[in-house]
Design a protein around this ligand. Structure first.
Ligand SMILES: Nc1ncnc2c1ncn2[C@@H]1O[C@H](COP(=O)(O)OP(=O)(O)O)[C@@H](O)[C@H]1O
Ligand SMILES: [Mg+2]
Length: 221
C-alpha cells in the first residue's frame, strides 16, 4: 500500500470514529436530557393544574414554556450532531431537509438540484457529502453573509460531483491559507479531509459576487 493511500485510509477511519462519537453524544443527549426535560415539564404542568381554582401559577407556566424551548434547541443540536434522517431516508431527503432548515433558521434561500441516484453511494460517502454541504452552507451564512445558495449534485457512471454556490462575500485567501489561519475553526479542514479520504478533488473559486465550491469523487463502476 502506498504512503498516500495508507494516509487516506487512516483519515477515513478517523472520520468514522468522529461520526460514531457524535452519534453516541446525540443519543446520550436525546435520552438523558430529553427524559429529564420531559419530567420537569410534567411536574410543572401538574403544579399548574393543582393550583387551579385558587390562582394560576405563572411560574409553573413559564417552566413549561422554557422546557419546550430547551427541548427544541436540544432537538436541533441532536440533529446537527447526528442527522438520523440520513439513516432512515437517505441522502436526498436529508439534503432537502437541510435546505429547509437553512431557509427557516439561517435566512438562506437554497435550491437543490440532484441528477442521478444518490442511494447508490455508500453510507459513509453519503454522510461525507452531507457534512460537506452542511459546512458550506453554514460558512456561507456565518462568514459570507450569503442570502442565497445553490447546491448541485451529479451522480455519474464513474464520478460524483458536488457544486455549492453562494452569493456571499468572496474568500479572502486560498484554501490552505484559510485552513491555517489562527482564527479558523475546523470546518474547511473537515471538508478537505473528507475529500482526500475518498480520493476526491476540491476547489473553491471566487465568482463575481459569490463563492463556488466544487468537489468531485471517483466512483467505482
Ligand atoms: N463561504 C465563506 N465566505 C467567506 N469566508 C469564508 C467562507 N468559508 C470560510 N471562510 C473563511 O475561512 C475561515 C475558516 O473556515 P472554517 O474552517 O469553516 O472555520 P470557522 O467556520 O469555524 O471559522 C473562516 O474563519 C472564514 O474567514
Ligand atoms: Mg466553518
Amino acid at each position: 500500500m502506498s504512503q498516500q493511500s495508507e494516509n487516506n485510509t487512516l483519515i477515513r477511519q478517523n472520520l468514522m470514529l468522529i461520526e460514531n462519537e457524535r452519534r453516541e453524544i446525540a443519543f446520550e443527549l436525546h435520552n438523558e436530557i430529553g427524559q429529564n426535560l420531559t419530567a420537569i415539564r410534567t411536574a410543572a404542568q401538574l403544579m399548574h393544574r393543582q393550583s387551579e381554582g385558587r390562582q394560576t401559577h405563572p411560574v409553573a407556566e413559564s417552566i413549561v414554556a422554557l422546557t419546550d424551548q430547551m427541548y427544541n434547541s436540544m432537538h436541533r443540536l441532536v440533529h446537527r450532531l447526528h442527522p438520523s434522517i440520513l439513516d432512515k431516508f437517505g441522502l436526498s431527503d436529508s439534503l432537502q431537509e437541510l435546505v429547509g432548515f437553512s431557509q427557516e433558521y439561517m435566512g438562506l434561500q437554497c435550491h437543490l438540484d440532484v441528477m442521478g441516484d444518490l442511494a447508490t453511494l455508500s453510507q459513509d460517502l453519503q454522510l461525507a457529502v452531507y457534512r460537506i454541504v452542511q459546512e458550506a452552507l453554514t460558512n456561507a451564512v456565518r462568514h459570507g453573509q450569503a442570502t442565497e445558495a445553490e447546491i448541485k449534485l451529479f451522480v455519474g457512471k464513474d464520478a460524483l460531483q458536488i457544486f455549492v454556490y453562494n452569493n456571499g462575500t468572496e474568500l479572502e485567501d486560498g484554501l490552505e491559507a484559510l485552513i491555517h489561519r489562527k482564527s479558523s475553526g475546523i470546518g474547511l479542514l473537515g471538508i478537505q479531509h473528507r475529500v482526500h479520504a475518498w480520493h476526491g478533488d476540491l476547489a473553491f473559486k471566487n465568482l463575481d459576487g459569490g463563492v463556488k465550491l466544487s468537489c468531485s469523487f471517483p466512483l467505482e463502476s
